[in-house]
Design a protein around this ligand. Structure first.
Ligand SMILES: NC(=O)c1ccc[n+]([C@@H]2O[C@H](COP(=O)([O-])OP(=O)(O)OC[C@H]3O[C@@H](n4cnc5c(N)ncnc54)[C@H](OP(=O)(O)O)[C@@H]3O)[C@@H](O)[C@H]2O)c1
Length: 302
């Protein structure tokens, strides 16, 4: 099976490249035309009208994995047109191209399509209500896929991180090395989800039921605040020898740490439907954290 992988050097794209090689021949594309190891690969810019459609026409893949997104949540408030272009318009063009060809599209969306006011794990059919440009453009991407009528798997996930890329864990470790005190928000709750687990869940879902079509929530089990996540990161990093000393951690409210974009206060997603339909429930986020810290320790040990 020919698989077109878009965004192969992002957090998730990197892991999909490794994992989905078990499903077929993967054709990786990135914005720079290079993979993270600097090898050359295909080049695509989602901001260029017609670019993704041309790729689908050229390669005629059976499966398209889209890991591209404008993920800079605060920056998106300043560049809404670009965020909409990448997260919605280009996704619509991609979905229409998949529909014409009969290819399956796997796409990722976010907990930020919700407003965060529900105080129980959020299900697929709970009402959406994004409170940021990022959330609104990601929701528009989902709608464009549904409107195209293409065969699709939309996986909504949250708080994605890993040993590489730009994410909260790497920022927390960096700050911990530089500062004596770190202030972290304690009134936003979600489920930190390793990119590697999400890639594995994608490959497994496709292998178990390629015909499945629709939207699923997929996150690690359990929930925590950013403050609790940071506390666990520093604790595990100390034990693994990734940090020599931990700074003081201070919990603060979102109002004490104003950001350009508003974020939902509670965005734990309920992954039961994914567990029911694909027979896989991701383990607790603390297990994922230990795995990612162990990976970082291994890389540091050389
Ligand atoms: N990160 C999270 O916490 C999170 C949470 C919920 C859902 N998600 C969703 O999960 C998916 C994967 O996210 P991720 O964490 O892997 O994000 P990421 O690491 O930021 O990767 C996004 C990729 O998109 C590429 N990209 C951006 N603009 C592009 C353009 N104009 N043309 C082509 N490529 C472009 C980026 O390339 P450059 O790096 O070269 O710009 C990057 O490789 C996305 O759909 C995201 O919305 C992520």
């Amino acid at each position: 099976m020919k698989i077109l992988l878009l965004g192969a050097d992002g957090q998730l794209g990197y892991e999909l490249h490794r994992t989905c090689a078990t499903l077929g021949e993967v054709l990786p594309y990135t914005y720079t035309g290079k993979l993270s190891g600097r090898q050359a690969c295909g080049q695509v810019d989602f901001s260029v009208e017609g670019a993704v459609e041309a790729l689908v026409r050229e390669h005629k893949p059976a499966l398209v994995l889209n890991a591209v997104a404008h993920t800079a949540v605060d920056r998106a408030e300043d560049e809404p047109a670009l965020a909409h272009r990448i997260n919605a318009e280009a996704v619509g063009e991609l979905a229409q191209a998949c529909q014409r060809l009969g290819a399956k599209l796997v796409h990722y969306s976010t907990d930020y399509v919700f407003d965060g006011r529900l105080r129980r794990p959020i299900r697929e059919d709970d009402p959406t209500g994004p409170v940021s440009v990022y959330g609104r453009t990601k929701l528009a991407g989902e709608q464009a896929i549904a409107d195209s009528g293409c065969d699709h798997l939309v996986l909504r996930t949250a708080w994605v991180y890993g040993a590489r890329g730009q994410n909260f864990l790497r920022t927390a470790l960096k700050l911990a090395r530089e500062r004596d005190e770190i202030r972290i928000v304690n009134d936003q709750v979600g489920s930190p989800t390793p990119a590697r687990w999400l890639a594995a869940a994608t490959a497994l879902a496709l292998a178990r039921n390629f015909q499945a079509r629709g939207t699923w929530h997929v996150v690690a089990d359990g929930e925590c605040s950013w403050h609790e996540f940071a506390h666990a990161i520093l604790g595990d990093a100390l034990v693994a020898g990734v940090l020599e000393r931990a700074p003081k951690l201070v919990g603060i409210t979102s109002s004490e740490f104003p950001t350009k974009a508003k974020r939902p206060a509670y965005s734990r997603l309920d992954s039961s439907r994914f567990a029911r339909d694909f027979g896989l429930r991701l383990p607790d986020w603390r297990v994922g954290l230990r795995e990612v810290i162990a990976e970082i320790a291994e890389v540091r040990a050389g």
